[in-house]
Structure formats: structure tokens, C-alpha cells
Design a protein around this ligand. Sequence first.
Ligand code: ADP
Ligand code: MG
Length: 558
Amino acid sequence: TATTETRAFEAEVAQVLHLVTHSLYSHKEIFLRELVSNASDALDKLRFESIADPSLLAGDGELHIDISVDEAARTVTIRDNGIGMSRQEVVANIGTIASSGTRRFLEAMAQDAKADARLIGQFGVGFYSAFVVADRVTVLTRRAGAGASGGVKWESDGQGQYTLEQVELPERGTAVVLHLKADEDEFLKAWTLRSLVHRYSEHIAFPIRMPKDAGDDEGATPEWETVNAASALWTLPKSEISAEDYQGFYKSLGHDFNDALAWSHNRVEGNQSFTTLLYLPAQPPFDLMMGGRDERKGVKLYIKRVFVMDAAEELLPNYLRFVRGVVDADDLPLNVSRELLQHNRQLDRIKASCVKRVLDLVETLARDEPEKFATFIKAFGNTLKEGIVEDPSNRERIAKLLRFASTRGDGASKSVSLDDYIGRMAEGQDTIWYVTAETHAAAAGSPQLEAFKARDIEVLLMSDRIDEWMLGSLREYDGKRLQHVAKGELPLDEAGKQKQEEAAKAAEPLLARIKSLLGERVEDVRVSARLTDSPSCLALADHDMAPHFARLLREAGQ
Ligand code: ADP
Ligand code: MG
């Protein structure tokens, strides 16, 4: 007995629906990419599960995605013969907001009224994007392994409620039927859909099929033709892949609809063989902007072309979490679990290789493509700094890539490398000097700099929150000590030393008086060569924390 059940969306789903439909109007076509990518995920899941249980394929092992149009009914249908969903799964997956990423997204949107389509595009709006072009969406789905009567029909107008019904479905998999809004007729045109497939889904690894143009032969059952390249792009030789192909594949990964900044594609042959195709985005992806460190996504692990899982955390360290791409390993067991991956020696080697490739790529940009490198530093420079602490084995390489503002740089712009600094050091200088503060203006205006300016010694100006933490692990670079300007001895020549001793003697009575006034509040009061214009400043002993860092810790309740 087929009963129809009506349910309400979670409050947050209604919110997402509202935001998506109101923000994506200039990128409506995104719905197709999202639905095709879901279909592709469903095919990946079926292929993976069928390794352990081949009966799931039920004699239909040719996995594909079909897109068709019914002009009379004004519908577009995206159908896959993938894993499908049970009733419970439908409720869990498309009636609620499962991912904490979506919740963060909502918070961000609520805070920033101007949050735009770019943000949504990077975030990946998923299934709900269907409602950008449709005023009613029907999902017909049957889980692989379930019988014909195990079909489920889900339907909604995107206004807060949906219906669920048990139905007979002859085949496994999922069909999403979009009942187009009145003014969305362009998506009924086959060539519009085809060009969108080319733009966004060309390198989905499964065939995307559309009906062949039947010509005059109305009423004939349509023949299907594949309209995408359907190649696992990373398996092709580099010489056969154009820059456009690489960019297209990047977009089909589904995290960004802007072009990637750069990529690195490599095949490692040997007793352990694997392929990596890794991309640097041009802008921080949504999760990174939110400082979200949980649920890292974006690097897919394949084993011999079979998608196994999103394994960003297993394949790349945290400080490279902005990297996107694919790793395809030949020799890992297909039944590998996440737990196993975390303690897998082979995977450790692949991970080390991924890190090397990414650093190579960034080095190449630094050397050959200054503009792209500047874009990279602007977007990810601070994230990369985490690597100084997290990855001691690559510390020197990472330090070489960092860029800072400096008293000899160009205002607040971060463009000075440690090598630039060393190249400009005076004869005999063995220390890289820096100052840290909460803002660039405070760093640049610090009275601590006076003596350095007077002696024409360059000082790096650090004002990012992460700098102090990073500097705790960056004591040395290329044999030179890094030192805060408020610490240690200033470099003085002989004449300077003598002058200072004389000054100290002359000031002795004054110092004694100041010390007795300040008492316990200071450790010592000294005559200093640090200042030229200001009468006094606070200085730190070598073991002291920089003042603004001490303040940060206090703020954090430490
Ligand atoms: P995401 O793909 O990021 O998980 P979506 O909103 O695109 O988010 O999809 C939500 C969930 O709905 C998917 O995770 C999946 O479980 C389910 N789903 C969507 N489309 C399909 C499909 N064609 N076949 C099977 N499951 C699907
Ligand atoms: Mg999706």
C-alpha cells in the first residue's frame, strides 16, 4: 500500500534553500555540475561496494549518467545507475543538513550580507542547487541490492516540506527530475546542457550520455551518445592533456568554479607506483577562510582508478590543506580503511611525495611566475607558515618560500624573502632581525626600530597572528640567527661601544633613582643604544615572550 508521508525540512535546510536560490542567480547553471557530481559519487560508491559484493551490480556493470529533457513536461532528468538510496538514506541525506561545513557556511552567510555567489560556488551547494532552476524536484531512487518494490519517491517544491512515497522502480540508482521554473527554458535545449557538461563535467570518470538527435524520426526510442571525455584524466600522458583539460578537471572536482592557479601532475614508477595530480587554488576555499580544520576534503584517493575515499588528511599535512586533487595508487589493498591508512607505510611514502611535489610547484612559481607566486602568498602564505612548526623536515624549504614586510620592503606588502634579507646584510652581520606586533603600523612604528634605522640595518616587520608561534620554531635560517629587535645585544662598532660605556657611567645616578622608583616592576634599568629619538623603551631578556604574544596568550586564557 503506497502511502504518502509529508515531512518538514529541518529549519536549516529551509535557510540553505533560501540562501542558495537567492545568491546563485548569476550562476544558475551550477545545478548541473552539482547533480552530475552526485551521480558520479553514487557510481563511485557502487563500484567500490561491488568489489566486496559483486551481486550489487546485478548484471548491469556499465556505469553511466544519463541526462534527458522532456520539452512537453518541461523537465530535465539526471539519472545514474549507481548506489541509490534507501528510504532512511533519503531522509538522512536530503532532508537534513549532515555536514558541519554547511552549518559553518550558514553562519558565515548570516554574518556577511554581501557573501556572494563566489563563496557559494567554492563551498559547493550540492543537491539544493536544483531549486535554483526548478520549482519542483522529484527524486526516484532505489538502493543497489534492494528489490523493485524498494523504490522511494521524494518530492518537494523547496518551500519547507517534502513528501516520501514507496514506489516500484525497475532499476537501481537515482533519477533527479527537475520541473523547470517558468523562465528557465534555456535548460530545455540540448545544446545548452551539452555545453555545460563540457564546461563543468568533461572529466568525470564515467560516461555522461544524452539522446542522439533523432532528426525527423519522431517517436523512435532514442539512442544514447556519450557527450563527455569520460577519461580518468590523471591516467593520460601529460603530453595529451591541454591546460584547458587540466582546468576543466579541476572544476569537476567540485570545490571551486574559478581556474586553478597551478598544478603538478606526476607518475612515480617503481616497486611502489602511483600517480598524483595536485592543484593550487587561486583563492582560499571556503573552509580555509573559516579556519575550519575538521572535515578536510579535496584530495581523492583512488586505487587503480577506483575511487576509495576523500583522504586529504591522510595524504597531505595540515599546512597544505588548501591543495586539491587526486592520488591514484597501484599497490594499496582496495579494502583499505581509514584506520589502516593512518598507519600505512606505503601511504607515508605517497604523502611525503605529495608534500615534495607541492613544495616543488610553489618553488617553480616563486622562480618563474612572480605574479602567480604573489597570488599564492596572498592566499596561502599564512597557512604555509604553519609548516615551519608542523614539518621540521621541510623547515628550510618552507622558510625559503615565505615573504615578509620589511623596513626595506614596499610598505605593508609581503614581498621580502629571507634570502633577500641575507643578500642585503652588511659585512659581519650574523643576525636576521625582526619585530612582531599586532598590526603592520605598530610594527613599522615601533620605537625598537630607531637604533636599527640609525645603523641602516633592515628589520622584518611581522604582524600576522601566526608569526610569533612560527618564529618559536624558526630560530635559524641559512646559518643566521633570527632575533627579535627587543632581545639580545645590538651590533655596535668600537667607537659605539666606547660611547655607550661613557654614557652609562654618566647616567648611573639617574638609573639608580629610576630603579628605586620602579622597584619590583622591572628586572633592570640600563642605558641603551637602541633609541635615538624616544627617551626610553621596554626591552626583553632573551627568555622573555614578545609583549603582544604574551597578551595573545592572556586573551586565550592561558
Ligand atoms: P555532498 O555531495 O557534498 O555530500 P549534496 O547536497 O550534493 O552533498 O548531496 C547530499 C547527499 O545526498 C549525498 O552525500 C548523497 O548521500 C545523497 N545523494 C545525492 N545525490 C545522490 C545520487 N544521485 N545517488 C545517491 N545518493 C545521492
Ligand atoms: Mg554533491
